[in-house]
Design a protein around this ligand. Structure first.
Ligand code: AMP
Ligand code: MG
Length: 344
């Protein structure tokens, strides 16, 4: 299959061109498209045959549920059995935007879409191309990140092409995604709201709107039997081929550790990369300054993982950041990508 690239201006999207992509969705096939978080791999959320293709193309385990994207808040009603007050409050404040809500699913949502669960994850993206694609397709669109399972999420159409060329009908190229890490996920299907995945809608912002919210034990790196509340969490993710060593501690101590490990691995003949949030100079084979501001770090994170791979680095030394605000989401992705974590 030839993968067609459709270039769309993200600021003034041409609706007539996007209709070509909607046709593909309506005919039961797959289209990768930009959202404000990462590129998604979309299919008709209500059609089991279309959804099966997403799992096959990504090599995604069948118990890892998909997020359904809608273009109108009114469409939430048909996907869920009940919308609690907490959901209305969060929707009012954060939709359209990078916040996914998990609620009890209605009968029209096929089990294959939810990985066999009785709940469904829904979000309304802010990206104009995504909104028009969903609206013109006339169906809610299920879309996981448009990468091969386990690889870093794509933040450009080139990343999607690297992973899925020849495997899907179309990629809409709408430029680099704004946020760079996936949506925040909150489970509202039980009595107590629970944060399942941190993202650019921060824990602090959520607390401001709905008060108390429990953090899933896995996010606190605690052992738990609650894995079933977010099946995707048990899988290793976002991993480049290079082995990431994540070093956490005070800036000075972490930097000393990086210098020490760098010398040690170089002696062993390894090709070593440093991913740095400070503009320091290292004697490494590849040094990537990822930014010092959290918004910039998030926007560059997955692209940087892919760049280390392209430059065939064996080991990446990365230092941790503060877990406040967007820092919690960034550290969650770094932690999941890491081969080893060291506290100094
Ligand atoms: P991705 O779209 O690849 O970022 O993955 C979506 C993630 O959303 C999954 O890995 C799950 O962790 C989470 N998710 C989707 N649906 C549900 C659900 N019904 N309950 C809990 N978590 C969900
Ligand atoms: Mg993903």
């Amino acid at each position: 299959m030839q993968t067609k690239i459709l270039r769309i201006n993200p600021i003034t999207p041409q609706i007539s061109k996007i209709r070509q992509a909607s046709k593909i969705i309506k005919s039961g096939n797959l289209v990768a498209f930009p959202t404000e978080t990462v590129y998604g791999l979309g299919a008709n959320a209500l059609d089991p045959k279309s959804i099966k293709k997403i799992f096959e193309v990504k090599g995604r385990p069948s118990d890892n549920p998909l997020i359904i994207h809608i273009s109108d808040v009114a469409d939430l009603g048909m996907l869920v059995v009940h919308i609690p007050d907490t959901a209305y409050k969060l929707i009012d404040k954060f939709w359209p935007g990078p916040l996914t809500l998990v609620l009890k699913k209605s009968k029209i949502v096929p089990k294959i879409t939810t990985g066999g669960m009785n709940t469904v994850a829904v979000r309304m993206p802010e990206n104009k191309i995504a909104q028009i694609l969903i609206r013109e397709s006339g169906v809610p669109i299920a879309a996981p990140s448009a990468n091969i399972s386990g690889r870093p999420s794509p933040t450009t159409s080139e990343h999607v092409l690297d992973d899925l060329s020849g495997k899907i009908s179309m990629i809409i190229d709408g430029g680099k995604t704004k946020i760079g890490i996936e949506s925040t996920i909150v489970d509202l299907s039980k009595k107590n709201p629970m944060l399942l995945r941190p993202g650019s809608v921060t824990l602090e912002q959520l607390q401001d709107v709905i008060g108390k919210i429990t953090i899933h034990p896995i996010l606190q790196e605690r052992k738990t039997k609650l894995v079933h509340r977010s099946p995707g969490m048990k899988y290793r993710h976002y991993s480049p081929n290079a082995k990431i060593i994540l070093i956490e501690g005070s800036k000075d101590k972490a930097n000393d550790k990086i210098l020490h490990l760098l010398a040690q691995f170089k002696k062993q003949g390894k090709k070593v990369g440093v991913m740095s949030t400070e503009n320091f100079v290292y004697d490494s084979d590849v040094t990537i300054f990822i930014g010092s501001n959290f918004d910039v770090i998030a926007a560059n994170l997955f692209k940087t993982f892919r760049e280390f791979d392209a430059r065939k680095v064996d080991i990446v030394l990365a230092c941790g950041i503060n877990r406040k605000g967007l820092g919690l989401g960034i550290m969650n992705r770094l932690g999941k990508a890491a081969y080893k974590k060291i506290k100094v």
